[in-house]
Ligand binder design. Sequence first.
Ligand code: 5BU
Length: 268
Amino acid sequence: MQAEDVWGRRWIENSLPMARSYMEVAVRKKSLVCLAADRNTMDGLFELVNAVGPYIAALKTHVDLVDDWTSERWNEFCRTAKEFDLLVFEDRKFADIGGISRKQMAGVYNIRQWADLVTAHLISGPDIVDGLQSAWSDVGRSGGVLLLAQMSSRGNLLLPDYTSEVVEKGSQHPGVFGFIGNGSRPEELKLLRSSVGQEKLIWTPGVNLAVGDGEMGQRYGDPGAAVLAGSDCIIVGSGIHKSNDPASQAQAYAEASWSALLERNNGA
Ligand code: 5BU
């Protein structure tokens, strides 16, 4: 199966290399799952990626929540992710002015060196995307920025007018890989997809096979419903890493996401 056949207009209209890399990985793995690897020890992270690596397409990290982080072990962890054919996505939620965001991609964690994707708020204006893209250029790499257009948590302030502004400005920027949408609310996602159009990707946290409320204001929607509503990647954390059998859960999410994509393509 070719990526172009599966992704259709998304493939044709989105020429950002990292976006095409994602679409190709997803087809190779038959999975639209990004694992939110929210474990706070390096051993826990290795255990997780080794268990679920075959069933996911991307690995989302929060590098600053790991208690025993060292750059050596982190580099090894990222190498392991690459062996499993995964994109590495640091959910850093950058929000500062462009020049500082560029510098924050360096520093102790040196995110620009290992992350293929990062998240950013557009609250400080569109130059943040240039700042992040410059950081990748500084080390001879390229990457993609996911802008937060919506969030999954209750009471968040990313209200419809703000979402529209993010989509309008972000859609015009070639360094924007796509948008974060709210996976817990398919009806909000449908609106987001219609304003985004066919080009940019939408990735969605707030999905779980057990729909309902999560910890501390997190909300969960059904993974298949999110894809049918226009999501191109489901971001799943505790649904996989807190389960007794992360590998079989990851497989279940992969199947749910992939079959929903095929159903969407058949005009559902
Ligand atoms: P969970 O365990 O499936 O709830 O983990 C969700 C992950 O997605 C977690 O790493 C959050 O930081 C991340 N997330 C989110 O939950 N909601 C959002 O709106 C954004 C990111 Br943006």
